[in-house]
Design a protein around this ligand. Sequence first.
Ligand SMILES: Nc1nc2c(ncn2[C@@H]2O[C@H](COP(=O)(O)OP(=O)(O)OP(=O)(O)O)[C@@H](O)[C@H]2O)c(=O)[nH]1
Ligand SMILES: [Mg+2]
Length: 479
Amino acid sequence: MPRRHPCAHPGNSYVFESLAQRFSGIFSGLGRSGQLNEKNIDEGIKEVRKALLEADVNLNVVRAFVERVRAKAVGLEAIRGVKPHEQFVKIVQDEMTALLGGEPTRIKWNDRGPTVIMMVGLQGTGKTTTTAKLARWLMKRESKKPMLVAADVQRPAAIEQLRVLGRQLDVPVYAEEGGRPPKICRRGIKAAIDKGCDVVLLDTAGRLHIDDTLMDELEDIRDKTDPQEIWLVVDSMLGQDAVTSAAEFNQRLDVTGMILTKTDGDARGGAALAIREVTGKPIRYAGIGEKLDQLEEFVPGRMAQRILGMGDVVSLVEQAQEVIDQEKAQEQVERMLMDRFTLDDMKDQFQSVLKMGDMKALLQKLPGGAALTDEQMAGMPQDREMRQMVAVIESMTPRERVDPTVLHMQRRHRIARGSGTSVKTVGEVIKAHREMGRQVKQMKKQGLMGRMASRAMTRQKKKRLKKHKRDGTDIKKWF
Ligand SMILES: Nc1nc2c(ncn2[C@@H]2O[C@H](COP(=O)(O)OP(=O)(O)OP(=O)(O)O)[C@@H](O)[C@H]2O)c(=O)[nH]1
Ligand SMILES: [Mg+2]
């Protein structure tokens, strides 16, 4: 089997990947030293500072952040039952959450007509793509009926681009050939009311640089449409430049939030970390790829955990939710954490990964996942093999799926025949299953996964107990 991960195509990095690795290292280093004292707090803080600077975070933001952490860490008093370095981790986590915006912001809905959301930003940042992604998101998650309005008359192909996206999503698009954008937007909102749409997304034109003509036009659109939200689309790959231009946009337009795009191509995350502190405006969503379902809600607390290498199981589950049902996803994660990962679970995972695409991104959302090396990742099978493996597992009996140790040669021959594969492939499936178990164990050792696992265990126990009380199922095997 080729030793290459299915998603290891070039350029597919993941925002905060390197930071998460750094932080995992810093924290486990502090953990090893046992006691916290002035000296190792100092060292920890120095490492945090270095990590942030390497992530291309604005120097002033780093300074202020580090000072806030230091102020809290210096007064740290021992709490019984809590290891000192864990207290330090908690401080960094809290400060990181605050830096990213604290509590998530909700959309300001208009209760007297359609909610108008105006999308602004420099050329090529991803406004049009994100407008379509948002329409999809609003339909799926908020049960809204959106309409897209083409307010970009600068680029000849812009209208057609929006129309194509609208057709893909089955969402109406309002466009006029020629004419002035503020008027087009006004008429677009009217058309939305006539069609019974409850959200209007205005896709405005971008410019190469911020200039007065662009700003005047945007102000005019804002004044004529009175939007509930003005979202600035920012290309995270531009790093500190993205932060500078966001500040300028915000000064002129007083935006209500920001959307960070192309985070899939930005492993450093400098813009994401500094932009909220510099503009004072929250990041609302993050674009994580070119496809229309590659948009994530930006939740500061969860993001902080991911940055600090603690994983983000919640958004992992949410992402899986559209493909597999939530309960199953949660259970799979929990079973993985508890070493009860059967071949059936592996089959389900392969099938959902085949649907979802990116296994690396998924694994990185698991606690300790950021610390996985490319080498560890490389052991993961590719699409075609995954399909073969699914066929192999489907040819096994239920008992074999739960306990692969019973799979002696005769059974392997039977399975190979049944699945139209070879004995070698059957062996590889068994090996891959073992390998996955081994990797999960390793991840546990690397991070805070142990605690997660015990929490998961408690949750599972409670669930079993409830089920047992309800319909008398056998619970012994679970304890
Ligand atoms: N990888 C990746 N690509 C993205 C993302 N969002 C947008 N893009 C790509 O960025 C390019 C520009 O996207 P557009 O949506 O056309 O950008 P725009 O801001 O509307 O551009 P103008 O209308 O010319 O100002 C396209 O190739 C998109 O596919 C993202 O989150 N990740
Ligand atoms: Mg556009």
